[in-house]
Design a protein around this ligand. Structure first.
Ligand code: PLP
Length: 391
């Protein structure tokens, strides 16, 4: 937000419900309208809008809420999380630069850093994300960016945001954090000195598995440049209808996150005690190796976790197929529970490079009743342990 004063006394719930819903400006409409137009004419009045690839009043309402939720100065919405991530990286990188990144980062982000940017002479080093020392040791004279994702995809290890931001400042590096997992409800990286925060809005921010979107939040100067250069020139802007659906999702974000968290905690505790499960990966469990760090930098946890069941590949496939309330799919953060299998069939080499253990299953805990999900998993795990098909 430009005007920080106006947010005094606002809670995150208030921001989600009301910030930017300017009733006077929108004829008293309790829900801001969708400005479904590409062009804004200005023969008689200059409203400050020109073309929807640059700005749009509906998208701006979502951006106001997201900037305020992340405690940043400005936010800019994108057509997808990947459009936001690639634009954030393009905004700071030049030919010959070097990037540091945790090794278990979201696979397309890794692909962009490792393969795509390599064509332009940018190199990346993927490090053990738990260790600040590993980041420091990997810094080179041409390092420009520390790109983080905390908790990191699939195995949910954390990076120390405050220490890494201190390290980056000491070496004059830019820090970017993918904050999709924790959402701005439970983690605000800018508080720890992080420069740019990115999200896939296709997950919890949207929350209904009906949009693809992304956002970058940061300081006004950086965001103005991103608006004109990376978003304006590469053109990956969110469309107004998507922004309107995103706004609808944001209104219920606080209560959805409370439910996702409560459900996921119950499921994680159930899985942790189950004899057919060898390991659970969830930062909300006191047994998580970085539980204390998580408590310092996050005020809660979302509903995405993973576990390794005991069994052979085909038995684990049968277990997944037999579940009633977990559809199989790679996304997460919606109202529906999902399962996918990043660790099934993974080669030893890929497992070593990404940190994903063989047999790992990832589940996104939705808004069904926790007991329903636990019963479903319990039935499946019982059959798995007996080596039978689920009946
Ligand atoms: C951690 C993380 N970041 C970014 C993305 C990319 O988001 P999108 O699918 O909106 O491009 C995803 C998508 O799964 C993700 O899991």
């Amino acid at each position: 937000m430009d005007d920080r004063q106006s947010l005094e006394g606002w809670t995150k719930e208030d921001i989600c419900a009301h910030l930017g819903d300017d009733y006077d400006r929108f004829h008293g409409a309790v829900v801001p309208p969708i400005f479904q137009n590409s062009l804004f004419t200005r023969k008689t009045v200059n409203h400050g809008y020109t073309y929807t690839r640059v700005t749009n009043p509906t998208t701006e309402v979502a951006e106001k809420k997201l900037a305020a939720l992340e405690e940043g100065e400005e936010a800019k919405c994108f057509a997808s999380g990947m459009a936001a991530i690639t634009s954030a990286l393009f905004s700071v990188l030049e030919q010959g630069d070097h990037v540091l990144c945790p090794k278990s980062v979201y696979a397309p982000t890794r692909g962009f850093l490792e393969i795509y940017l390599n064509r332009f002479g940018v190199e990346a080093t993927f490090v053990e994300s738990e260790s600040v020392e590993a980041f420091e040791q990997a810094i080179r004279p041409n390092t420009k960016v520390i790109y983080l994702e905390s908790p990191v995809s699939n195995v949910f290890s954390l990076q120390d945001l405050s220490e890494l931001s201190r390290l980056a400042k000491a070496y004059g590096l830019t820090t970017i954090v993918d904050n999709t997992w924790a959402t701005p409800m439970y983690q605000n990286p800018i508080r720890f000195g992080i420069d740019l925060v990115v999200h896939s809005a296709s997950k919890y921010l949207g929350g209904h598995s009906d949009i693809i979107g992304g956002v970058i939040i940061g300081r006004k100067e950086a965001m103005t440049q991103i608006m004109h250069r990376e978003r304006g020139m590469l053109g990956g802007i969110m469309d107004p209808h998507q922004a309107w659906l995103l706004l609808r999702g944001i209104r219920t974000l606080p209560l959805r996150m409370r439910e996702h968290q409560a459900n996921a905690m119950k499921v994680a505790q159930f899985l942790e005690k189950h004899p057919a499960v060898s390991r659970v990966y969830y930062p909300g469990l006191p047994s998580h190796p970085q539980y204390e760090l998580g408590r310092r930098q996050m005020s809660g946890c979302s509903g995405l976790l993973s576990f390794v069941p005991k069994g052979r590949g085909e038995q684990i496939h049968a277990f997944m197929k037999g579940l009633k309330f977990f559809e199989e799919g790679p996304s997460w953060g919606g109202f529906e529970s999902l399962i996918n299998s990043p660790g099934l069939g993974i080669s030893e080499e890929a497992s070593r490079l990404t940190g994903i253990p063989s047999g790992l299953l990832r589940i996104s805990i939705g808004l069904e009743k926790a007991e329903t999900l636990i019963d479903d998993l319990d039935r499946g795990l019982y059959s798995l342990s007996k080596g039978r098909e689920i009946g």
